[in-house]
Design a protein around this ligand. Structure first.
Ligand SMILES: Cc1cc2nc3c(=O)[nH]c(=O)nc-3n(C[C@H](O)[C@H](O)[C@H](O)COP(=O)(O)OP(=O)(O)OC[C@H]3O[C@@H](n4cnc5c(N)ncnc54)[C@H](O)[C@@H]3O)c2cc1C
Length: 467
């Protein structure tokens, strides 16, 4: 990932705005840049747009939307910002959080109403730390459906997506003004394309083992469950151009990936009454703090393994999620009429599991206090037959990255703006602060969609004003 001198470069083609990466951030940026009147080219290393966006549950956090109002949910940018900052204990930059929250409702409504992305408010459970229902997702609750809808919207809008095109270098002058990029085809052929502004939407560095080891050593040997193509290119280019990086140790983990089946098992099971035990059949944490930090706790258990324990009621809730259905089809879900029988199937100590299930049932009846501090009394106690899924903890995506201002413009270390470089989504510093526990559910697609939209708008304005 290099920076080449702009002086003397000659370009086979030119565009107003170039976008690196065709995940949610890149496609939203391109849609917006096109709408403002700029010519746009998106470069994607894969044969089709996918990214971590396609692997996600497609849940976009947004506030004050018509979807919320239709269901009687009262929300506001201030309330959403409060929830986000509470989760990361005030570590995120308040101004960035406020901008993103303010932009979230209009962004989701624009995607649905102008671009036909089938989004609606997700009901039935709250993720940890959310005061109200504010996740917006496609019907299947899958990122594959989301990226498919975004790709079709981009095609309808006349956005050109150059696939099988890995951007390997940027051309820039001494002041950090980007003049173009070089991309490589799978057969090794290279082409140089000029641009007047560049949006980095190539996400984070989860797929780059060396960078994970350097910035997030606690997850260096953990399963990476995000997109392999996210190699930290944006950060490497940004650094070389003098950009500031921040919160590089922040990431979204997840404590519930079916193992060895490799499917995300929704945390809704935990929020509605399920819990986790280790190989000794014992609980080890408060599952309601958040699924991100739970990744670290699960990895710390014997063998790096936990079991989600739940029941038929929660199985029905899980079945609302495409990923869960896939896990079930793959045989990940065990079921048995009693705690002891379930333990036999799972290879857990029967007496210990029966004791744990009985203890949680007592907590659900309001008897005693959970040593880990979780309140079980608001949800029904689990009822036989019981279910179990073997899970592990994983790194989903990195949250640190390029420091941007409220116009998604990349900033230098002294706080000044690089002339024509923008970033969003996993490429930019996120809103989770500096630690794994700062991740509030939705902090992934939210900055992808909102910063992507801002970046596309501002990049297009910059170049169309200069024309
Ligand atoms: C299993 C899972 C579930 C998740 N669920 C949710 C959820 O429900 N809600 C939520 O808010 N967040 C969720 N997240 C996080 C969310 O998916 C990411 O935060 C979000 O998709 C990031 O979007 P992006 O556009 O920045 O990156 P991506 O979607 O990863 O897109 C980046 C793209 O850039 C391309 N690229 C990289 N480098 C280059 C290069 N040099 N040249 C060309 N192309 C390049 C990649 O191939 C990729 O297509 C989840 C993550 C995972 C892994």
């Amino acid at each position: 990932m290099s920076i080449l001198p702009a002086t003397g470069a000659s370009f086979a083609a030119e565009t107003d705005v170039a976008v690196v990466g065709a995940g949610a951030c890149g496609l939203v940026a391109a849609l917006m840049a096109k709408e403002v009147g700029a010519e746009v080219l998106v470069f994607e290393r894969d044969p089709a747009p996918q990214g971590s966006t396609a692997m996600s549950s497609g849940m976009i956090m947004a506030c004050d939307t018509r979807f919320q109002r239709a269901k009687g949910v009262a929300d506001s940018p201030a309330l959403m910002a409060r929830d986000i900052l509470a989760k990361n204990k005030g570590e995120a930059v308040p101004k960035q959080v406020e901008t993103i929250c303010r932009e979230s409702g209009p962004a989701v409504e624009w995607l649905a109403d102008t671009h036909g992305v089938p989004l609606d408010l997700v009901q039935g459970f709250l993720y940890p730390g959310h005061s109200v229902l504010r996740m917006h997702a496609p019907p299947s609750r899958s990122g594959a459906e989301l990226i498919g809808a975004l790709t079709r919207a981009a095609e309808r809008a006349g956005v050109d997506i150059v696939t099988r095109a890995q951007v390997t270098a940027l051309f820039a002058d001494g002041d950090g003004r980007v003049a173009g990029l070089r991309y490589r085809r799978p057969d090794g052929k290279e082409e140089d394309v000029g641009c007047r502004a560049l949006v980095l939407a190539s996400s984070g560095f989860g797929g780059n083992k060396a960078m994970v080891r350097r910035y997030i050593p606690e997850m260096a040997d953990a399963l990476y469950f995000g997109h392999a193509g996210n190699q930290g290119d944006a950060m490497l280019w940004g650094e070389a151009l003098g950009a500031a990086l921040a919160d590089m140790g922040a990431y979204q983990g997840h404590g519930s990936v079916a193992h060895p089946h490799g499917a995300l098992v929704t945390w809704a099971l935990m929020m509605e009454g399920g819990f986790q035990v280790n190989a000794r059949g014992e609980r080890f944490s408060n599952e309601h703090r958040g699924y991100s930090e739970q990744a670290v706790d699960v990895i710390a258990q014997p063998g790096g393994i936990a079991w989600n324990i739940y029941d038929v009621r929660l199985d029905a809730l899980g079945c609302e999620f495409e990923d869960y259905r896939q896990a079930a089809t793959a045989g990940a879900v065990l079921s048995a009429p009693s705690a002891e029988a379930l333990a036999e199937k799972a290879g857990l100590p029967p007496q210990a599991l029966a004791r744990t299930i009985a203890a949680v049932a007592a907590l659900a009846r309001g008897e005693g206090r959970d040593p880990f501090g979780r309140d079980f009394s608001a949800k029904p106690a689990l009822a036989p037959p019981y279910h179990a899924i073997r899970v592990t903890g994983a790194l989903f995506h990195t949250q640190g990255g390029l420091v941007v201002d409220e116009t998604a413009r990349v900033l230098r270390k002294d706080g000044s703006r690089l002339p024509n470089l923008f970033a969003g989504g996993g490429a930019a510093r996120g809103i989770s602060g500096a630690h794994v526990w700062g991740y509030l559910s939705g902090n992934g697609l939210l900055p992808a969609v909102t910063l992507g939209r801002i970046a596309g708008r501002e990049a297009a304005r910059l170049v169309t004003a200069r024309k």
